[in-house]
Structures are given as C-alpha cells and as structure tokens.
Write a protein that binds this ligand. Structure first.
Ligand SMILES: Nc1ncnc2c1ncn2[C@@H]1O[C@H](COP(=O)(O)OP(=O)(O)OP(=O)(O)O)[C@@H](O)[C@H]1O
Length: 268
C-alpha cells in the first residue's frame, strides 16, 4: 500500500486576506449616493474604529459589510468572500444601533434561542457553557434571569453584544456599542474588545462618533459625507496633521478637504 508521502503535494495555505477589502464601493439609498467609491482594507486581528459625524454613512458601510444593504456596487470582500455570502453568516457577529432582543424573554432565554439557531445540534451542556461565557463577557451574569424588557438601555445593548459574541465570530461589526453607557461600563467594554482581538485573534470594526474612543483603536477609518478622509493609525494621524488629539486631526483633515474642494470649484 502506498502512503500519501508519494502523492501530489498538498496546496499551500491561501495567503491571509484582510478582514475587509473594498474597492470602488458605492451605495445608493433612495435618491442619494450615500457611499462614494470607497477604497480601504480592514486588517485582521485588530480593532478598527469607524468614525465620523452623524449621517456620514457609518451604519450604511457596516450594513454593506454584513450583507444587509441593498444597492451596493463595486468590490466588497469580507473574510475572503463576497459580502453577504451565506458561509459568512456564522463567521460575523453584528450589533445594530437598536438592541435586537426579545423583550418578553429573559436574558438567558434570548441567548439560548440565538445559540440554538446559530449552532443547531449542540448538546444542552455545550450551549449552557457558551451562554454562561458570553454573559460573563458582558457582565450580565447577575441579570441572566431578568426579562429583557425590564433592563436599562445600556443593559439591553449588552444583551445584543452578548448575542453577537455567540459562536466566537472571526469578525465583529459593532455599530456604536457604547452609546448611552456610563464611563465605567465603557471602559470595561473597551477592555473586553481588546481581549477579544488579542486572545481570540478576532477583528473588530467599531463605529462611534465619540472621538476619545478613537484613541483606543489600532486603526481608524475617518469618514465624512460618504467618503473616507483618512485610513491610518491614531499616532500616524496625529503626527501627519501636527495635532495633539484624533479629534483635532479629524478637524484638520475636514478643513483641508473643504479647502481642496473650494479650490477645485474656483479653477473650473
Ligand atoms: N432608508 C434610507 N433612505 C434614504 N436615505 C437614507 C436611508 N437611511 C439612511 N439614509 C441616509 O444615508 C446617509 C447615511 O446614513 P447612516 O445611517 O449610514 O449614517 P451614520 O453615519 O451611521 O449616522 P449616525 O451616526 O447618526 O448613525 C444619511 O444621510 C441618511 O440620511
């Protein structure tokens, strides 16, 4: 009998693609072009912050990445697949701005329900372990038996985050996960985000319009009016613009873009 050693060599592993790669990404919503020809990558295993003023297109970009946005054109690859590919469903955790939990179920019942859908066929004890883990992650163990409808806004957001953490996804897309949370909870959540990236090697894309949260990210995508103003590390942004904070760097880049647009208008 021959062994495999004399057979053809196995294919070398595919090079690791970025978590997200966009080229010429354009999105139309209603009568408006909301995202215009975006080009960027999101590296794996890091926290990328998506920052910009209200209405600049952060949620639309996140919806495109998780595959729930219509009228997306251009290239958008997520974990090496076209965005929205069915195999991505269990590899991505997504938290929308509005918590999506059932008010008439307890916190644990919500998590039991979603884990049964995500990973059917697992044993009850496996599922219980998983639910206990995510409850501890978001610091809601003591509220496991409370009805979701009786929780505060911040607690309900954390139940949504716990749902997204089920199944240990490779990519977490979190739309303003810290809105309305007190400073202690915000700090604890950022510690959790960093441990998810460092210990589990997951990629996190986190939107915010609170600029001090930018300092906590490895990389930043700064957006304005459907375009990407900058794609860099917080340090590089501050250095490049001679600013002390990311907020000042952002304002500097906005002024620069406005001046460039004016110049283009006058030379027409
Ligand atoms: N259903 C829709 N139809 C038409 N335009 C829409 C629709 N939803 C959003 N928009 C527009 O798309 C643009 C981007 O919206 P989006 O929600 O992506 O912004 P955002 O940066 O996430 O804002 P915020 O920080 O306030 O959540 C906005 O100008 C908004 O008015």
């Amino acid at each position: 009998m021959m062994n495999n050693a004399s057979g053809p060599p196995t294919d070398p592993p595919a090079p690791r693609t970025p978590a997200v790669r966009a080229e010429g990404l354009t999105v139309v919503r209603g009568p408006r072009t909301v995202l215009r020809s975006l080009e960027f990558t999101v590296p794996r295993g890091q926290i990328t912050g998506l920052l910009g003023p209200s209405g600049c297109g952060k949620s639309t970009l996140m919806r495109s990445i998780v595959g729930t946005q219509a009228k997306v054109t251009g290239t958008l690859e997520v974990l090496g697949r076209p965005a929205g590919h069915p195999t991505l469903r269990t590899r991505i955790g997504y938290v929308t701005q509005a918590p999506s939990v059932y008010d008439d179920l307890t916190v644990r019942q919500n998590l039991d329900y979603f884990t049964a859908i995500l990973t059917p066929g697992r044993s009850t004890s496996d599922r219980r372990q998983e639910v206990d883990r995510v409850l501890a992650d978001v610091d809601l163990t003591s509220h496991a038996d409370a009805l979701a409808g009786n929780l505060s806004g911040g607690q309900r957001s954390r139940v949504s985050l716990a749902v997204a953490l089920l199944g240990t996804p490779e990519l977490l897309v979190l739309d303003e996960p810290t809105v309305g949370l007190d400073p202690v909870l915000r700090r604890d959540l950022w510690t959790l985000f960093h441990s998810i990236a460092a210990d589990r090697g997951a990629t996190l894309l986190i939107s915010s319009h609170v600029m001090d949260e930018a300092e906590r990210c490895h990389r930043l995508l700064l957006m304005r009016e459907g375009e990407i103003l900058a794609d860099d590390t917080p340090d590089a942004l501050r250095t490049r613009t001679g600013s002390e904070t990311v907020e000042a760097a952002f304002l500097h880049l906005v002024d620069e873009a406005t001046a460039a647009a004016r110049e283009k208008e006058t030379t027409r």
